[in-house]
Structure formats: C-alpha cells, structure tokens
Design a protein around this ligand. Structure first.
Ligand code: CTP
Ligand code: CA
Length: 229
C-alpha cells in the first residue's frame, strides 16, 4: 500500500550525494587518492532515499553495495565526478561527502612509467582539480536549494570548517575530526559539528548511520520551513 506522506517527508525532492575517494591516474597502473571508505556518504544517500527523496549517488571507487532505491553513478576521477554531478542537476539537495583528490597528475598517459636502473625517480607535476562543492554552491538557476559540505580536519576543526563554509559558499558544513587516534577514518562511528549560517551544533559520537539519519531529519525540517517554489 502507499506510504503515508509523513513517512516520506522528502517525497518529490531530488538529492545528489557525492561519496568515496577519487582516483587520479599517474599511469595505467598507478593512481593518487585520498583516504575514504565512502561509508558516511552511502549512509546519507540511504537515509535521504528512505525519507522519500529521489537520490543520485555519485561515487568514486568503494567496496560498498549501493543503498536500495538509490541511483548509483560510479566514477573514478574528480573531472568525471563533476560531470556526473552536473548531469544529475537540477536537484533540490546536494550533499558532498566525497574525498576528492585536490590535484591530478598532468599528462598522465597510456604508457606505464618504467623504472630505469640508476635513473632518478620520476617527478610528478600536479594540476588542481575542480572543486565540486564550490561549483554546486555557485549562485544561479541550477543551484540546489540546500548545499551541504563536509570538512575533514585534524586541527582547529570548528574554525577551519567555519572558514571553509564561507569559502565554498555552501549552506551547511559538517565538520569532523579525523586525527588518526579518533578512529573515524574507515570506522563505523563519527563525531561531527553541524555548522550553518546561524551557528554550530556539536553532536555526540554516534554511528555513521545515526549521523546520516540526524542530517536527514535536519533536511526535512529545513524543507518544511521553506515554502515550495
Ligand atoms: N570538495 C569537492 N571537490 C574538491 C575538493 C573538496 O567537492 N575538489 C568537497 C568535499 O566533498 C567536502 C568539502 O569540499 O564536502 C571540503 O573538502 P576538504 O578537502 O575538507 O576541503 P578543501 O577545500 O579541499 O581544503 P583542504 O583539503 O585544503 O583542507
Ligand atoms: Ca581537499
């Protein structure tokens, strides 16, 4: 039978979630990447879909199964991730959890770099990757009504994340402390601070699924407060 609307409060809204790392080729067998399991992003895609949203999950390489009911677009590089995000527009909600490599290797080619005995190691020239969150946050007719970023920090978490929210132009940023001793990277739990234009809210340590559900609840409240366009 049909679910009551109250059970699917995001019904009729489209959401875009980025997740996982990107892999930036050095040559056909080697790559540069950030550390990311993709778990928090997959949990958010799942929570938004369960709340009734139509969800596109643009994911770099992970070992996770796609959440049920979510449209999964697999990509490898940041340039591909940006193109897949643009193809998913327009949408109402964008949540960028991906650990996008900040740089890619200039001139990565089709030929494997070989070790030459006695020769020095190769020098890699890096060029900046597109900033997908900043791109989605730019004002304009295609801007999602709510854009949420993440900030993985090791130091001055709240200050860095607050500055990052302004620099990127997103509406909310979720800061987390990823110092090795927190065990958050690759783990099941997260401890985050939600930063909006009006303030900061620290959430106690909880499972990544619970963080995703908490965020989905906050998104439901935000959309209940804004009239439909
Ligand atoms: N992000 C993105 N595209 C990039 C880099 C980052 O979409 N090329 C997004 C991430 O998904 C995250 C947010 O921006 O939501 C913050 O990423 P982070 O790496 O913490 O910020 P940077 O601006 O890259 O700053 P730095 O790595 O120097 O801290
Ligand atoms: Ca970065």
């Amino acid at each position: 039978g049909a679910l009551r609307p109250a059970a699917r409060p995001l019904h009729g809204l489209r959401a875009l979630v980025t997740a996982g790392p990107t892999h930036e080729p050095i040559d056909p067998v080697r790559y540069l990447a950030n550390r990311s399991s993709g778990r928090q992003g997959y949990a958010i895609a799942n929570a938004l879909a369960r709340a009734g949203a139509t969800v596109t999950l643009v994911s770099g390489p992970t070992t996770l199964p796609p959440p049920p009911g979510v449209e999964l677009r697999r990509v490898e590089t940041a340039v591909q991730m940006l193109a897949a995000c643009e193809a998913a527009l327009p949408c109402d909600i964008a949540v960028c959890t991906a650990a996008v490599a900040d740089w890619r290797v200039a001139g990565a080619g089709a030929h494997k770099i070989k070790k030459t005995p006695g020769a020095p190691p190769p020098t890699l020239t890096l060029v900046p990757n597109p900033d997908i969150l900043a791109h989605l946050s730019q004002p304009g007719p295609m801007r999602p009504r709510l854009v949420v970023g993440f900030a993985a920090e090791t130091d001055d978490v709240r200050d860095n994340a607050t500055a990052k929210r302004q620099r990127k132009g997103c509406d909310w940023i979720i800061a987390n402390d990823v110092r090795a001793e927190t065990g958050i990277m690759g783990g099941d739990e997260n401890e985050v601070t939600l930063i909006t234009a009006t303030g900061c809210e620290h959430w106690p340590r909880m499972s990544k699924d619970a963080v995703a559900q908490g965020l989905a609840r906050r998104i439901v409240a935000a959309f209940a407060a804004i009239p439909d366009t």
